[in-house]
Structures are given as structure tokens and as C-alpha cells.
Design a protein around this ligand. Structure first.
Ligand code: HEM
Ligand SMILES: *[C@@H]1O[C@H](CO)[C@@H](O)[C@H](O)[C@H]1NC(C)=O
Ligand SMILES: *[C@@H]1O[C@H](CO)[C@@H](O)[C@H](O)[C@H]1NC(C)=O
Length: 501
């Protein structure tokens, strides 16, 4: 009996081993003209584990061996990486053969429990939703920024009444609570109930829980395996039900326009519409909160940077005859906000350090992509094409001492600096936290304004310092997915500035 079982086990073991060998032997082969193919020996996973552990190091080591273009087998997908930033333009420009929609649509649908926006049930929904992004620019952007300033100001005033003496708090928690509430009210409106503030905190706490498991949803792990995530997601979506949203006061054009649009689609259920609103909330805060955190953290870590930024803000307020600090409302026009170049450089520099957004495209057909000079790459239908900006952001040839935070990297002779070089050639792309081409973030102007407004109000209201003696690293779980979170929170203290006479 025993020996029989054993032999059975051996045979099945043998069968698996044979299958593996066969797979390795017949697994995809490189065809003429195609980039070098890196398979890895683990079926299905391929090189996914090495990639996920540390994408930059892994990609740079492959670049050493195989050159600027190579195809990697990653978790059942073949993904061709283009490592040379001078080649980025050829991928970004080619929207026809290198699409994105289907891939993103599946990921979004699975992660946020929304029906596919490409479904024939909802004719032109995708195009219509993209049209709504006009409300994140121009005049609408000015209104958004103005409202954001008012809402941030109210929240900071509330904080002030609690910080007449040194007040200690964790910095990530602080940024998250301020930015979540201000962004929420600006976009969706005020929750009028007596406990309106509490309702928003509740939504924030659920958002944080959901967001912690977001990377697993993107990877395709079924939500049922992720503990309370499914329940939390459902509760979050329910907050955005029609009955609830109609009670919220104020709110933005972009959300109103999306509400009106959804009403035109009879086949969208009440739950579906709420899920769409939740998806947009996620997009508008999930990256902005950690980006705000890093901008603040690096400034507090670098007093010389903070002093210059503070000075620039003080000068602007003085020249426009505005008093700063608790009790005074600050009003800034778009031009004034744009002209705070040192502040903007500091924000850009922190984005360079902490952003990790992979740019993906899906090949719509077999074709040959023409590149610089006489180079070309043969690509297959169904494969992915990827750009990974962090290797550019950390390229010592483009950015001297790339691991160091230099707040004025994006300044030259007191003005914005936009000329960065590699191999003696000027780069078109040197900072890509917001993606590229057709999938570039439509909220990028608002996002940068939000971070600037937060920092302006923070430095005009408070003196602050970090009180915990440790250096933060990145939490690697969302490599490739956007702005990285810190690996732990850090204590700081702040105190209201004395009122100006
Ligand atoms: C620092 C903050 C932000 C960063 C780093 C960021 C980054 C990105 C990136 C990289 C994408 C493209 C995703 C891809 O290629 O798959 C994206 C898409 C998007 N972002 Fe942002 N984002 C930020 C803030 C915002 C804000 C404040 C809003 C809205 C108010 C917003 C709204 C969106 C939307 C709606 C999309 C999807 C666009 C589409 O349908 O194609 N983002 N974001
Ligand atoms: C409305 O929001 C509350 C919490 O604010 C939530 O408990 C409820 O489920 C939401 N949905 C509806 C339909 O009222
Ligand atoms: C900051 O980066 C954005 C692109 O993300 C760019 O448009 C802007 O000019 C940069 N500002 C400065 C001061 O470098």
C-alpha cells in the first residue's frame, strides 16, 4: 500500500517536473526582430518576484545585460520595457497601436466594483467621462483651488485652537486628516449633519483600510481573500448613494457634471453610480495624500529649504498686502500661485523622489515600432509595453546625486529650470509622476495646487519640527502604482505662530 502511494506520488511529481521542463522548453520563444526575452524559470510567475522586490534595481540589471529594450515574463504577461528616455516619445505618441483602455478598465472594474465603462451597455460613457476632465482645468481649476484654499484655511484654524502650545502628532496622520477632509469637501461638498465632520472621518478611516489592500486588488487577488476589504468597499460605496450625495452642500463642477452624466445611463444602477463616485474619490486623494506628506517631510528635514520657501511665501504676501497667520484669510490668484517657483521646485523634487508610477500600454496588433535613428522593435499583439520613470528620476547622469533631496533642483537663475540632459542631449521627459500621453493624470494641476496651498498655510500658521530621530524609507508594496507611502509614520510637533502686529 505504502509503496504504491509513494510511487503514485513520484509519478505525479514526475509529471509536474516534466510539465515544467516542457514549459521551459516550449514556453514562448523570441522571434526575429523581437527584443531579448527574459523568461525566468518559475512558470506563470516568471520574473515577477524579482521585479516586485525592487523594480529599479531589477530593471537596471537587465538593462546592463540586454540593452535598452527587453521583454520580461511577468505573472503570465509579457511586458516590453523601454529604458532609454529618448525613446519614450515614440511610445507616448503612438496611441493607435499602443492602447491602454481595456487594460485599465479591467483593473478598475475589479478593484472598485464598477461595471466596465467600455461595455456596449453604456455607449460613449468612456468618452463622456474623459470630457468631464475639462472641469479640472482653466476657470474650473481656479474655482477648485479657491475652494480648496478656503476649506484648508478652516481646517487649519481649527488646528490652531488646539496648538497654542507645542502639539505633538504623527506627520502622516496629520497630512491624511487635513488633505482628506479638505479635498472631500472641495470636490463632493459639505456633509450638513451636525456630525458632518465625523462622517468624513469615518469615510477617511474606511478609505485607509481599503487603500491598504489596493495593491492586492490590482494584482488580481480575489477580494474575497482580502479579509474585510469587500465589506469596507461596499460601505464606502454606499456613502456615495444618491440619497446621501443630494444632501451634501456645495461641491465642485466636476462631480456635478459626472452626476448629471450618470443620470443619462439608465442601465447604470444606483450602486454602480455610487461606485463611480468612490473611484474618483480614490483617484483624487490616494496619491495626493502621500505626495503632500513627502513634500512636508523633506522640507522639515531640510531647514535651509524651508527657510527659502518660507521667504518666498512671505515676500508674495507682503507684496500683495496680505497678513499671514491665524485669523487672516489668504487669497492667491493662479498667476501668484504659479510664480512661487521655489515652492514648486520643492514639490517637484519630492515627487521625483517618491513617485513610482509605471506607464503601461497594450499592443493592439503585431507591429514594428520605429525608434530613434534606424532602431525598431517588433511587438506582439496582447503584450504590454512599459515605461518605468523611477529609473529616469534616479539616473545620476540626469540628476546629480539623485538620492539627495535638493529643493532647488528645478530652479536656474531664480527661474523654473526645464533643461535636463543625458548623453549631452536635452531630455523631453525628465519628471513623470503623473504618467504620460493619453493616460496622463487629468488632476495633475489641481494636485500640485493642493499641495502648494497646504504648505503655504502650514508654514504661515505654524512653527514645526520633527521630533523623532529616524530616517524614513518607502513602503514597497505599491511599487509601480503611484506615490509610495512611508514605511512608518513619524512624530513631529507644531505650534501656532504668534500673531503679527
Ligand atoms: C500627486 C497627486 C497625483 C498623482 C501622482 C496622480 C497620478 C496619476 C497617474 C500616474 C495616473 C495615470 C494612471 C495610469 O496611467 O494608469 C492618474 C490618473 C488619474 N488621476 Fe491622478 N494623480 C494625482 C492626483 C489626482 C487628483 C487630485 C485627481 C482629481 C481631482 C486625479 C484624478 C485622476 C483621474 C480621474 C485619473 C484617471 C484618468 C483616466 O480616466 O484616464 N489625480 N493619476
Ligand atoms: C448614507 O450614509 C450613511 C453614513 O453617513 C450610511 O450609513 C448609509 O448606508 C448611506 N446610504 C444611504 C442609502 O443612506
Ligand atoms: C514641476 O513639474 C511640472 C511637471 O510635473 C512642470 O510642468 C513644472 O514646470 C515644474 N515646475 C518647476 C518649478 O520645475
Amino acid at each position: 500500500m505504502a509503496s504504491c502511494d509513494l510511487s503514485l506520488l513520484c509519478t505525479s511529481g514526475l509529471a509536474i517536473a516534466t510539465a515544467l521542463l516542457l514549459w521551459a522548453a516550449i514556453g514562448r520563444r523570441r522571434k526575429a526582430g523581437e527584443p531579448p526575452l527574459i523568461n525566468g524559470w518559475i512558470p506563470f510567475l516568471g520574473k515577477a518576484l524579482s521585479f516586485m522586490k525592487d523594480p529599479s534595481t531589477f530593471l537596471l540589471s537587465q538593462q546592463q545585460k540586454f540593452g535598452n529594450i527587453f521583454t520580461i515574463h511577468l505573472a503570465g504577461k509579457y511586458c516590453t520595457f523601454f529604458m532609454d528616455p529618448f525613446q519614450f516619445v515614440y511610445i507616448v505618441r503612438n496611441c493607435k497601436q499602443l492602447g491602454f483602455q481595456e487594460f485599465a478598465d479591467k483593473m478598475i472594474s475589479r478593484s472598485f466594483d464598477v461595471p466596465s465603462i467600455l461595455s456596449t451597455k453604456f455607449p460613449e460613457l468612456n468618452e463622456n467621462l474623459h470630457r468631464m476632465y475639462q472641469y479640472l482645468q482653466g476657470k474650473s481649476l481656479d474655482m477648485l483651488s479657491e475652494d480648496m484654499m478656503k476649506n484648508l484655511q478652516q481646517i487649519f484654524e481649527r488646528k490652531c485652537s488646539q496648538a497654542t502650545d507645542w502639539e505633538a502628532e504623527k506627520m502622516y496622520k496629520f497630512c491624511c486628516s487635513v488633505m482628506f477632509e479638505a479635498s472631500f469637501i472641495t470636490l463632493y461638498g459639505r456633509v450638513p449633519a451636525a456630525d458632518g465632520h465625523k462622517v468624513i472621518s469615518e469615510i477617511r478611516d474606511k478609505f485607509t483600510k481599503f487603500d491598504a489592500n489596493f495593491p492586492y486588488l490590482v494584482l488580481g487577488i480575489p477580494v474575497e481573500l482580502l479579509g474585510a476589504t469587500k465589506k469596507v468597499r461596499k460601505e464606502l460605496i454606499r456613502h456615495f448613494s444618491y440619497q446621501n450625495m443630494t444632501k451634501w452642500l456645495g461641491g465642485s463642477e466636476v462631480i456635478q457634471a459626472r452626476k448629471d452624466l450618470f443620470e443619462k445611463y439608465e442601465l447604470l444602477t444606483v450602486y454602480d453610480k455610487a461606485a463611480h463616485h468612490f473611484t474618483f474619490l480614490w483617484a483624487s486623494v490616494a496619491n495626493t495624500i502621500p505626495a503632500t506628506f513627502w513634500a512636508m517631510y523633506y522640507l522639515l528635514r531640510h531647514p535651509e529649504a524651508l527657510a527659502v520657501v518660507r521667504d518666498e511665501i512671505d515676500h508674495l504676501l507682503q507684496s500683495t498686502g496680505q497678513k499671514k497667520g491665524p485669523g487672516y484669510n489668504i487669497h492667491l490668484t493662479r498667476e501668484q500661485l504659479d510664480n512661487l517657483v521655489y515652492l514648486e521646485s520643492a514639490v517637484n523634487e519630492s515627487l521625483r523622489m517618491c513617485s513610482s508610477s509605471i506607464n503601461l500600454r497594450l499592443c493592439q496588433e503585431d507591429f514594428i515600432l520605429k525608434l530613434d535613428g534606424n532602431q525598431k522593435a517588433t511587438l506582439r499583439k496582447g503584450d504590454l509595453v512599459a515605461l518605468y520613470p523611477p529609473t529616469l528620476h534616479m539616473d545620476p547622469e540626469v540628476y546629480e546625486d539623485p538620492k539627495e533631496y535638493k529643493f532647488d533642483r528645478y530652479i536656474e537663475n531664480g527661474k523654473k529650470k526645464t533643461t535636463f540632459y543625458k548623453r549631452g542631449r536635452k531630455l523631453k521627459y525628465f519628471l513623470m509622476p503623473f504618467g504620460s500621453g493619453s493616460t496622463k493624470c487629468p488632476g495633475r494641476f489641481f494636485a500640485v495646487n493642493e499641495i502648494k496651498l497646504f504648505l503655504i498655510l502650514f508654514v504661515t500658521h505654524f512653527d514645526a519640527e520633527i521630533v523623532e530621530n529616524k530616517n524614513l524609507g518607502f513602503d514597497n508594496s505599491r511599487m509601480g502604482l503611484g506615490i509610495l507611502l512611508p514605511d512608518s509614520d513619524i512624530a513631529f510637533r507644531y505650534k501656532i505662530k504668534s500673531l503679527e502686529k
